[in-house]
Write a protein that binds this ligand. Structure first.
Ligand SMILES: [Cu+2]
Length: 609
């Protein structure tokens, strides 16, 4: 067994540099001129995984990680569809741990969420997971205990298809994106609680103010500032943990470490992107090289060629690239708030590098991100604007929606035709909020819109093709074509300033009942994002069929980003009896309460009670 003492001994004997390469799983080592296939990834049906504390080097700095078999990221597990696998997980930490198999359809007792599906793995204990593999594709695994995921407890999974792979490629690499901090995650969380904008150093400056006054006029600029000030929000508040503390990693390598993947010009290379970050949404591009998306969240999609995509925390995308030139390319993974980047290199030979594009200007939030679909900031009629900031109508927390006088809002004076109401797929009227709106809810979206046809915050105006959820169509027809019998609406809520996060205004520790699904029913879940942040929402045990059109090739996902001010729907077939975690995959949002339990029960039994 690999103990911590032995690892430290290794470090002392060989020096940090050598030991660090040795700590990395073979597939994550830099410049290995080989396929992932055939390397020392763990494969087969029986696995021993040891959770321990390990010293790691990130961009030349020493840090303390929680690792699996001493590795950051954890070993690549290579399974085969149809096999039954057994994983013996031993906890060498001084605290409880767990492993959740993200996106895998397993019996709920094997799902690995402490307090929901099992008690967790105590220090010194070994827990045996055993389940059949019902699916193929790219997935990952991570701790569901405390904040361990932030410290390195995550790794990739590839499940080989039982039948021929519809995707042709000559070589493949796993690209695990993550965010690393040298701070202790609990300290980081405490700081967020104390002041949510601790890490938001990208405030607008007085220079910005005068530039805006020049462009927009003094009245409009002041009104805009007043409105943001009144709401106690900042339009630069895109991520609540930023590059101020994070180093962004590709396969455990910081930007300076520059993880390099080799190719021979003319080859078709499959890149399996996994966003294993705790808090970071990335925008991924390879300047000079188009990418063809072939898989999303483990399931094949109809190929779509793009130049950039946004990947939410916990999502996966497989892309094919076809580099012809004998030159290096930069794999550029810019954070959504543009406060930093993860970077790797694709090259014909080790040691080659390509230019790193500069970070693009940070995006600013708009009124649309507040669920004000009219996007009033872009309207010339600033009297409406002024009216709104001049009354307490903007104080959402204290607002009585039922009694709201719409004429005060200046709707009558608005040019509705010019506002793109046709895009309001589900939200043509004022949004209802039938949930508690106490101190934990500092805003509610009044006019949320469907934004599935938008590529994600900050990518609206890029001069190239950026992937949208509306572009995704599953390769196979959806297994269940039934029209949903029932719709449930769930609001993503929060109070940014107090760092409170919840569903329907109730944080997880105060939830009294699970969300009930009935066995084998087809239901529609509509998500309304009342906050100004993008939340990657994840349901365990079942896939979401993303309602991006009235066809039978809806993309099936385990995680979906709900954009600020967005209202979107997913259809679900409740075929997995048990209790399932349902949460925002931003780690500190989940930790603060943006989590619930979905309970799938037999309807007859429920009625009998
Ligand atoms: Cu969230």
């Amino acid at each position: 067994m690999l103990t911590r003492r032995k690892l430290l001994g290794t470090t002392a004997a060989f020096g940090a540099g050598v030991a660090v390469q040795a700590l990395l799983p073979a597939w994550a080592r830099s410049g290995v001129h080989n396929n992932v296939k055939g390397l020392r990834a763990l494969s087969g049906t029986n696995f021993d995984l040891i959770i321990d504390k390990t010293t790691v080097m990130i961009d030349g700095r020493r840090g303390h990680a929680i690792t699996v078999n001493g590795q950051l990221p954890a070993p690549l597990l290579r399974f085969r569809e149809g096999d039954e696998v057994t994983m013996r997980v031993t906890n060498n930490l001084e605290e409880d741990t767990s492993i959740h198999w993200h996106g895998l359809l397993v019996p709920f007792q094997m799902d690995g969420v402490p307090g929901v599906t099992f008690p967790g793995i105590k220090p010194g204990e070994t827990f045996t997971y055993r389940f059949p593999l019902k699916q193929a594709g790219t997935y990952w695994y991570h701790s569901h205990s405390g904040l361990q995921e932030q410290s390195g407890h995550y790794g990739p999974i590839i499940i080989e298809p039982k039948d021929a792979d519809p995707v042709a490629y000559d070589r493949e690499y796993v690209v695990v994106l993550s965010d690393w901090t040298f701070e202790h995650p609990h300290r980081l969380f405490a700081k967020l609680k104390k002041m949510s904008e601790t890490y938001n150093f990208q405030q607008r400056t007085i220079g910005d103010f005068f530039r805006e006054v020049r462009e927009e006029g003094l009245g409009a600029t002041l009104n805009d500032r007043l409105m943001w000030g009144k709401m106690r929000m900042s339009p630069t508040d895109i991520s609540d943990v930023t590059g101020a503390t994070y180093t962004y990693l590709v396969n455990g390598h910081g930007p300076k470490d520059n993880w390099t993947a080799l190719f021979t010009p003319g080859e078709r290379v499959r890149l399996r992107f996994i966003n294993a970050a705790a808090m970071t949404i990335f925008n991924v591009r390879i300047p000079g090289l188009p990418m063809t998306v072939v898989q999303a969240d483990g399931l094949n999609v109809q190929p779509v060629e793009i130049d950039e995509f946004q990947i939410g925390v916990a999502e996966t995308y497989d892309v094919i690239i076809h580099p012809q030139a004998d030159r290096a390319f930069t794999l550029m993974c810019e954070t959504i708030d543009r406060s930093g980047y993860a970077r790797a290199t694709l090259a014909p030979r080790p040691g080659m590098e390509a230019e790193i594009p500069p970070l693009r200007p940070r995006p600013l939030l708009t009124m649309k991100d507040m669920g004000m679909a009219h996007d009033m900031t872009t309207h010339g009629d600033m009297t409406t604007h002024g009216d709104m900031s001049g009354q307490d109508a903007m104080d959402h927390s204290g607002m009585d929606h039922s009694g709201m006088d719409h004429s005060n809002m200046g709707h009558s004076g608005m040019n509705h035709a010019a506002m793109g109401h046709d895009t309001m797929a589900q939200g043509g009227t004022m949004q209802k909020h039938n949930h508690p709106t106490g101190v934990g809810v500092d805003s509610t979206a009044m006019m949320p819109v469907n934004r599935l046809h938008e590529p994600g915050l900050g990518l609206e105006d890029v001069p190239h093709r950026a992937l949208t959820y509306a572009d995704l169509k599953s390769l196979d027809p959806n297994p269940d074509h039934r029209t949903p019998e029932r719709e449930i609406e769930i609001h993503l809520t929060g109070n940014m300033e107090r760092y409170m996060w919840s569903f329907d205004g109730v944080k997880f520790s105060e939830v009294t009942e699970p969300i009930l699904f009935y066995k084998d029913e087809r239901l529609r879940m509509t998500l309304v994002n009342d906050t100004m942040m993008s939340h990657p929402i994840h349901l365990h045990g079942m896939f979401f069929d993303v309602v991006n059109g009235e066809h039978h090739h809806k993309p099936r996902k385990h995680t979906i980003i709900v954009k600020p001010g967005e209202k979107l729907s997913v259809d679900i077939t409740a075929d997995a009896v048990g209790d399932w975690a349902f949460h925002c995959h931003l780690l500190y949002h989940m930790h603060a309460g943006m989590m619930q339990v979905v309970s799938v029960r037999e309807k007859t039994r429920e009625k009998a009670q």
